[in-house]
Design a protein around this ligand. Structure first.
Ligand code: BG6
Length: 507
């Protein structure tokens, strides 16, 4: 049975959503993800008063640490990366619930110790025995860890308790491995207790895609192939791979970002209206989009991939991908990927979705640009409209979260001259409260057992089904095309668009 929080009336979402008694076990406490995202988000939630007073956090790792050492690690991570100000009284209450369990993932004694720790925390801090197991570890270890949780009685909730598992991408590296991974998880946790994190779904602006489309009446009538020419989804980063060679080499841009974040964005932009904003209704609609996605027949013409060379980023000289520490000189891993996807439905027939992502590009920006067809007829002279491009609605996911509408307007003056102008909505200008970090929202949802923002296994598998043929095609081709750091990717990406008579936006 799931715990019901009396403070959370599902009829009134304006009430603060506060987690009931619970705790979390974090595997992978020494990794980047834990330090930069998970630990700070837990503190921020506590600081916002959204965690229960007895919330407990257990770190598990192969380190010879005491509880205080673990607390120090969390403290440093919070100081450096938390979004909200550090408050001593919040920290004190939170850190009293920190425990550390040393051990290897295959160490039975360590898991017995973990079980005892979880039971003790229930007695001492009133966690109610409700625990989320957060696997911030490489997927190769998922099987071992969930197996151990099952073996040692940690995966089965007692009466009126819950046990949930949180997994981070990569959810496999192709369809087959994703299916195996999903089967492993399903062997231990029921599907409603598995939370797959795609942190893009936790971003306010991503959720706003649904608000914009379905809470208004002005967008949906033109949201189809009668009016839309094509859609461009871009996630550009100016950073390189940093210290993540071990993770990134062999994975590459398409598996790292397109398989999850960009295909999820595409699904939200293209899906039909769900009958309700619940996990099942959303899954059904997103899944229909992913199932109807088709790649063009000629992958050599409709995809592009690249690898960054030395160049400039933020006014500084930077090294190329092959010179990064830990990267083999012969690596063919792509750091830029672009693909064309057709959504084969009546609504989207003939409207290509172009998805691109890359490291060391011109600047950091994620946006969805819905580009409309030209007006069918212009009663003006061609000189009056020569600067006019196509109307576009651009959803800026980050930074400068907001939306821009581009349309033609008359230039003031005696002649009828028309030029593009922008109409802007910025979150910062309309709302006083800063957006929470995606991880705050998602961790809170895990603790509340609220699954709409987590991709289900069907979506993950369908996304691999879309990407697998591209990866196979690229694997046969050898080296990716080079591009200078600080530019917008390889020439082949521009050629790919030019063949369709289109150009990438320069965001
Ligand atoms: C992660 C990728 O999922 O998203 C990283 O693994 C990438 O390679 C990161 O840097 C970007 O996230 P954000 O929220 O900064 O756009």
């Amino acid at each position: 049975m799931t715990y019901t929080n009396p403070l959370r009336d599902p009829q009134d979402r304006r009430l603060p959503r506060i987690a009931g008694p619970c705790g979390m076990v974090l595997f992978g406490v020494t990794g980047d993800l834990s330090r930069k995202k998970v630990m700070p988000a837990i503190y921020d939630l506590a600081n916002r008063g959204l965690l229960p007073p007895g919330f407990s956090l257990v770190g598990f790792a192969r380190r010879d640490w005491a509880d205080q050492d673990f607390a120090q690690i969390v403290h440093d991570a919070v100081k450096e990366h938390a979004r909200t100000p550090f408050r001593e009284e919040v920290w004190k209450q939170l850190s009293e619930g920190f425990r550390f369990v040393p051990g290897n993932f295959d160490d039975d004694d360590a898991f017995d110790n973990l079980r005892r720790t979880v039971e003790e925390l229930d007695q001492l801090r009133g966690t109610g025995g409700n625990m989320a197991f957060y696997l911030a570890i490489p997927p190769a270890f998922f099987g071992t860890v969930v197996g151990q949780l099952k073996e040692h009685g940690l995966a089965d909730p007692g009466p009126d308790q819950w046990r949930r598992v949180v997994v981070e991408k990569p959810f496999g590296h192709d369809l087959k491995s994703a299916q195996e991974l999903n089967a492993t998880l399903a062997g231990v946790f029921p599907s409603g207790s598995v939370f797959r994190i795609d942190h893009y779904l936790g971003k306010e602006t991503v959720q706003n895609i649904l608000a914009m489309r379905f809470a208004n009446n002005m967008f949906e009538p033109i949201w189809n192939s009668n009016y839309v020419d094509h859609v461009q989804i871009t996630m550009a980063e100016d950073i390189g791979i940093g210290g993540r060679a071990g993770y990134y080499d062999g994975i590459g841009a398409a598996r790292d970002v397109i398989q999850n974040h960009l295909l999820q964005l595409m699904a939200l932009v293209a899906m039909e209206e769900p009958i309700a904003f619940d996990a099942e209704s959303l899954r059904i609609e997103k899944q229909k989009v992913l199932a109807s996605a088709k790649l063009p027949a000629r992958l050599d013409l409709s995809t592009a991939r690249g690898q960054y060379m030395p160049g400039w980023a933020g006014g500084e000289k930077v090294i190329g991908f092959l010179d990064e520490e830990g990267i083999k000189k012969t690596s063919t891993t792509e750091t830029f990927a672009a693909i064309t996807v057709n959504v084969d439905t009546r609504r989207w027939a003939g409207v290509p979705f172009y998805l691109r992502t890359g490291k060391r590009l011109g600047r950091r920006v994620t946006e969805v640009a819905v580009v409309f067809k030209k007006a069918p007829h212009l009663p003006f002279t061609s000189t009056a409209t020569e600067d006019l491009t196509q109307n576009a609605l651009v959803i800026r996911v980050q930074p400068d979260e907001g939306m821009t509408m581009r349309f033609g307007a008359k230039v003031p003056g005696t002649a009828m001259e028309i030029r593009d102008v922008n109409m802007d909505f910025a979150y910062g200008g309309s709302f006083t409260e800063a957006s929470a970090e995606a991880y705050e929202r998602l961790i809170l949802d895990v603790l509340l057992g609220d699954p709409p923002l987590f991709p289900r296994h069907e979506e993950v598998e369908l996304s691999w089904k879309i990407l697998d043929p591209v990866m196979e095609h690229w694997a046969k081709k050898g080296k990716p095309d080079p591009y200078d750091s600080g530019t917008w990717g390889p020439e082949s990406a521009d050629k790919m668009m030019a063949r369709d008579g289109r150009t990438w936006r320069r965001p």
